[in-house]
Design a protein around this ligand. Structure first.
Ligand code: PMV
Length: 327
């Protein structure tokens, strides 16, 4: 490939419509790709250095495996380097690269930014070497970086960034694509409160150990709820989906993963006419989502802002990762 060519890839982030936490215990979750994206640009270098930079001002470079750059940037950059390396190894290439990341997905609030970043990096580096990975291989390679970030990832974030649309995830049956004909307008309220997914998952496990009969019934109920939500989506019954999201938030509160700030935003959204509202992702902070009509979205976004959140108007996107070359 001649000097000056640039390879790009872009992939969407995600929200969990229903089923977070319960999915860890064998029930189904429904995950939807949203119109917030990570974009990666790759250019060749004349040496063997891998240089990574981002719009957030994080940068550093790897000479073989040695990192050069601000120490506190390394933790963020290591998984990206793992993604790049996994592609170089898969394609038996050994070339220096400049990799630049830009993103419209807020980081570390459960909107799938690290999954989208891994998928995009693999696709862009592959494209630079004129190789378009099939979805399965792309998922396999991008999971290597995710394993470094989360010890035991389900892989659902990578899957949704790869395929787009809506995916049902269940530990036993894996990923199933769900065709939902209607648009699904969502307003996201970000509390800005950082949380730790692993700690919250552990907290739920302990609660289940302590009160097995009671908590098992909540899990069963969440499993049933996910099945009804799948039905609602397939039939474009948005009103029913909204009701189920409201119940889902109640179940998440019951297992102790909500947060005062999330409950307040959920309340604001519902008071202002949202069809349904719930926390999304691990809880304990991070984001909530409100299912709205197209006409309501601006107003509800504004109300959530007034309630202290950063709000994002989002919608389902059906396309997953894309890559291309530009001169
Ligand atoms: O923090 P997030 O948005 O990646 O959500 C985690 C979802 C959980 O169900 C809580 C954990 C998991 O691994 O499925």
């Amino acid at each position: 490939m001649g000097k000056g060519l640039k390879a790009f890839a872009t992939a969407p982030g995600k929200i969990i419509l229903v089923g977070e936490h319960f999915v860890v215990h064998g029930e189904s979750a429904i995950v939807m790709a949203i119109n917030r994206y990570v974009t990666v640009m790759v250019e060749g270098r004349s040496d063997e250095v891998i240089h990574i930079s981002s719009d957030l001002g994080i940068s550093g470079q790897y000479n073989k495996d040695r990192f050069h750059g601000p120490k506190d940037h390394q933790k963020t950059l290591d998984p990206i380097k793992i993604s790049i390396q996994s592609v170089l190894e898969a394609l038996r290439e050994n070339k220096g690269l400049d990799v630049h990341i830009s993103s419209t997905i807020p980081v570390a609030v459960g909107l799938g930014s690290s999954g989208a970043l891994a998928v995009t990096t693999v696709a862009a580096v592959g494209r630079y070497f004129n190789h378009e990975f099939q979805a399965e291989e792309l998922l396999k390679l991008s999971l290597k970086a995710e394993r470094y970030v989360h010890i035991n990832p389900s892989g659902v974030d990578q899957a949704i960034s790869t395929y787009g649309g809506i995916i049902i995830y269940n530990k036993k049956t894996g990923f199933t694509r769900l065709e939902a004909p209607s648009p699904i307008p969502i307003v996201i309220g970000n509390t800005g409160i950082e949380r730790n997914t692993g700690r919250l998952v552990d907290q739920v496990r302990k609660l289940k150990q302590k009160y097995p009969q009671t908590v098992d019934l909540i899990f069963q109920s969440a499993g049933e709820l996910a099945l009804q939500a799948i039905d609602a989506l397939q039939q474009s019954n948005i009103t029913s989906l909204g009701n189920l999201m409201n119940i889902n938030h109640g179940l998440l509160m019951a297992i102790g993963v909500s947060h005062e700030a999330l409950d307040r935003l959920v309340h604001i959204a519902k008071q202002n006419g949202a069809l349904g509202a719930k926390l999304t992702g691990a809880g304990g902070g991070g984001c909530m989502i409100a299912l709205v009509t197209q006409e309501q979205s601006d107003q509800i976004a504004e109300k959530l802002q007034l309630g202290g959140a950063t709000s994002i108007i989002a919608e389902k996107v059906n396309t997953g990762v894309r890559s291309w070359i530009s001169e």
